[in-house]
Design a protein around this ligand. Sequence first.
Ligand code: EPZ
Length: 422
Amino acid sequence: MDSILVTGGKPLRGEIAIAGAKNAALTLMPATLLSDEPLTLTNTPRLSDIKTMTALLQSLGAEVSALADGKVMAMSSHGLNSTRADYEIVRKMRASNLVLGPLLAREGHAIVSLPGGCAIGARPMDIHIAAFEAMGATIDLKDGYLHATTQGGLKGGVVKLRFASVGATENVLMAATLAKGTTIIENAAREPEIVDLATCLRAMGAQIEGDGTSRIEIQGVDRLHGATHPVVTDRIELGTYMLAPVIAGGEVECLGGKLSLVESFVEKLTEAGITVEETDRGLKVRCDGGRPKAVNVTTEPFPGFPTDLQAQMMAMLCFAEGTSVLEEKIFENRFMHAPELIRMGAKIDVHGGTATVHGVEKMKGAPVMATDLRASVSLILAGLAAEGETQVNRVYHLDRGYEHVEEKLGAVGAQIERIKGQ
Ligand code: EPZ
């Protein structure tokens, strides 16, 4: 298994191009199942999760071709020949469950493996199941698979989500485009990736209003046609790289960044004394010398502070002046980066969903273990400022969500390299 070696102490200068959003691409790709005409995505990120979704769609009979060095994804489900998403693929990536809605809408039935838990939590699917039952589907759990059927196809209806689940909103949004009648999603998630999906579906002929708010209305249509759609900028990669100069010092411009994607995150950076400037090319971040100030953070559904930036923010707060309190309200076990940061000299007390971080002036590099996607990148961020070398092991987690992290950080002056695993 590969590892990443970072030597701290080098201030960063230059610009980092932000890729298309992993969490948008992973819901846009299954949308190809909704039409037998080609769907092409541009600005697609080159990530292992995209390869996993590609394999899943191909296992259903769809054609998926990565063009232009992976930045264009040309897809067609004209040859769809299966509605079964196998455990072997689904267990690797929870987002595989996003084929359920499109398959139910297109074929009226689907067999999708339950993803099983992952490092950050149990990740149940009860909200998805309740939503599709409200649309007339029958869903039974057998041998770890959800067996979903409908009598005469999905019917529009009022779908009230008990929690503003991102995946459930996306699954229902896609299914509702072909359901009979009108579907109202209440307490819908409001993430930018939902708006991006709705924009793509409208380009395919869907009738959707209210995306980006907690009430989305969809008029079902008989069929959708093909489209070409650019994947929205990745706000989590953006926030991650905005923190790099804050931790390591210097100034970095994140190309493609937009304030509207990271407002609550930028509010916290500003509160910590960080200067963020919106340029005509992106977002420029500099730390005018000295340590950031401690701030308190609570993760919430969008437009609140994103849970996917919690680990990265913790890495920054380890160096801040003062004590910060982080509350993780979205996932039940998302502080696994804390023990690894403590190995580097951080002072963090974790009690349930609350982590109290007492900022320190200096941390020391150490061998550390990546446990999940965002935890792994938080260890790299900490390594940028820690004294000496930090070796982050099990970076396959990292490659799920970050394109060539060592190249992007190396290009702005970080001393970082990938060590090929045995
Ligand atoms: C999406 O996951 C993202 N993944 C996650 O990003 C992100 O952390 C999460 O949304 C929250 O913003 C993708 O978009 C591919 P949820 P999703 O359904 O849809 C519980 C990353 O690092 N829940 O909003 O699975 C669930 O257990 C990943 O890029 C139920 O209880 O998130 C969690 O505690 C990690 N029952 C909470 O809701 C359900 O049926 C939020 O889950 C569904 C969810």
